[in-house]
Design a protein. Sequence first.
Length: 271
Amino acid sequence: MSKRTKKIGVFDSGLGGLYIARAIQSAMPQYDYAYLGDTLNVPYGGRSMEAIYKLSEGAIRYLIEKQDCDLIVIGCNTASVTALRKLQREFLPQNHPDKRILGVIVPTLESATELGATQIGLIATEYTVNSKIYDEEIVKITPRAQIYGKPTPLLVPLIENNGEKYMDAVLGDYLEPLIEQGLDSLILGCTHYISIKDKVRELTKHRVRVLSQDEIIPPKLKDYLSRHPEMEERLSQNGMFKCFATDAGPVCKRNIEKLMGADMVLTKAVY
């Protein structure tokens, strides 16, 4: 009997993490994936730390216990900021010591420094920027780099509500003071922003390197699996992708179709 029975899980507070999940699947199509979007409780940014942790732990439990995931990527920057360390240091050792949870922040900063970045801009939610987690983590990687964070709270509502015609003006207003800092790189620190990465590159006239997490996480995950064969050997290889959401309403289904195609089945997750 094959010992390859486990999936890779991807969790996000909403559907933005599908960009990362789709990119991972494209890079490694042989594995089986379960995506969970907590669409009932999105956005996480305005919630307390306790609430974000509780929601994140519930999602992780669902992916591990109901969907047979042994390796989970938290695509949500807010959940990575608030819940990841506690999940890794307390929840997993006490409940599922053989499972692994990975975030997006450290791989993103590693990629930036591997490319020689030292003056690094960050656009993200107010919650992520104000947490200073990117500033804390970059110091552990290199003392030479500096983070210039800019909260960009209007971007997610514009992206989610077809506000493309306002995007240039709002983005330009956010980006101009950042670019004037003399950046060499700009991190898109929210899964939603992956959908506007080309627009950001266009508006910055390619004067800075734009780092988008859908381009960073797949090669980092592939590298992780090559360094952890004991994990890779557990992963089933049927090329399947399953999509779950805590609120599977019509808007959610429409967004899933837009991102994953009309034949993608969306299942309501109850936990």
